[in-house]
Design a protein around this ligand. Structure first.
Ligand SMILES: [Zn+2]
Length: 396
């Protein structure tokens, strides 16, 4: 299921796995609230935030053009606007920081945090520190020599030596900084400008199309009294740590996942309908091998016990005690051959939930064999149940 924030997101849905922002929220308070909808069940979830310069301009525009509140004094309205700008600047810095995103967020809200969480995209990226003082000086000097009247795009064009109508109309081709970074890609210059802003060497001033101004710290760089360093991404680690299952239990966890996938495939339902990851993890922790024990697993009730109990406890026993499993299997095989010959398999009562599943599977075109496997019942039992449903007019 995919939902926009306009659609029923007030509903408390615990297993939201992804929250994706296609633009930048106006402040971290909003972002925190929206991102917080993911993973309320405690499972790993991803929050992806996409943003661009345009988002920043839009947010600035809204702050600049908000109608003053008539119930507040001019001074109070000014303070409010300043506060909004400040909150926006923290949001921008969050988008641009190369430090741990979790730590940034927690510290913003006044909580203590470790320097690294090892889970966010920044922690999972290998960075190297690069000295960019010379390029920074070229950018800062271009801003100053064009008399701090232009935005990032123009500065970028001048540095790359682009002879556009706009650039020529301000005689910027005659500037000493014109084409100073010729050959450098626009994206690279823009990211350096972002970096200079994030580190406080320049600031954006004004709304709509803001212009760049050099700060006192920026002047120190221009005068050669300060160095600028940045972190460049080398590689992003592809392995994301997920299940907090102890090393010993990883094997069992994988075995149970495999079993779950097999059942899900047979029944034509998503895996989480069978069991959630946290239920599997709880199984790894409790390693139940009897029905009573299986009932203590989080997310297991009578229905799930009946449907999957044997399949899962068997798999756990096979892992925990292969010798006992083999022995038990032999006995049950013998019992099965006996009982089958006497037609004395007792029918477990069908719960409403299981019956609903059965109807859906039958109507979905599943074969009797597949249905039987998924329900852990015999094909004969399935046929019998289907006949009863047909008599009641619930299936055709
Ligand atoms: Zn992190």
């Amino acid at each position: 299921m995919v939902a926009t924030n306009a659609f029923g997101m007030g509903i408390d849905k615990s297993d939201v796995r992804y929250v994706i922002h296609y633009n930048m929220p106006k402040n971290l308070e909003s972002y925190y609230q929206e991102a917080g909808r993911a993973g309320r069940d405690g499972e790993d979830s991803d929050c992806i935030l996409m943003f661009g310069q345009q988002d920043i301009e839009t947010a600035r525009f809204f702050i600049e053009n908000t109608e003053p509140n008539p119930e507040l004094s001019d001074e109070q309205n000014d303070t409010f606007k300043k506060k909004e700008e400040e909150r926006l600047s923290f949001m921008i810095a969050y988008c641009k920081t190369k430090g741990c995103l979790r730590a940034y967020m927690l510290r913003y809200f006044g909580d203590a945090a470790d320097d690294r969480c090892e889970k966010c995209s920044n922690c999972l990226t290998n960075f190297k520190t690069v000295d960019v003082t010379v390029d920074a000086q070229k950018i800062l000097s271009c801003i100053v020599r064009t008399r701090q009247r232009f935005g990032a795009q123009t500065i970028c064009d001048v540095l790359r030596g682009k002879e556009s109508q706009w650039v020529k109309s301000f005689h910027l081709t005659e500037q000493s900084t014109f084409a100073l970074l010729k050959g450098m890609r626009q994206k690279k210059i823009k990211s350096l400008i972002d970096e200079l802003e994030a580190q406080g060497y320049i600031v954006y001033v004004g709304a709509g199309k803001p212009i760049l101004k050099v700060t006192d710290a920026g002047w120190l760089v221009l005068k050669g009294k300060a160095q600028v360093q940045t972190r460049e991404a080398l590689t992003i680690q592809t392995t994301v740590k997920t299940a907090p299952v102890s090393e010993n239990d990883t094997e069992l966890f994988e075995a149970l996942r495999e079993l779950r996938a097999k059942i899900a495939q047979k029944r034509g339902v998503p895996a989480f309908v069978i069991f959630s990851d946290s239920a599997l993890r709880d199984m790894c922790l409790k390693t139940p091998t009897t029905d009573e024990e299986f009932l203590t697993v989080n997310g297991v009730g009578e229905t799930k016990l009946k449907l999957y109990g044997k399949l899962f406890t068997d798999r756990i026993l096979a892992y925990k005690n292969p010798a006992l499993y083999a022995e038990k299997n032999k006995q049950s095989e013998q019992r099965k051959s006996k009982t089958v010959s006497h037609y004395t398999i007792p029918f477990d009562r069908w719960t409403a939930e299981e019956t609903a599943d059965l109807i859906a599977e039958y109507n979905g075109g599943r074969s009797i064999k597949e249905i039987a496997w998924g329900h852990n019942r015999t094909q004969r039992a399935i046929r019998f149940a289907l006949d009863k449903l047909r008599d009641k007019g619930l299936i055709y």
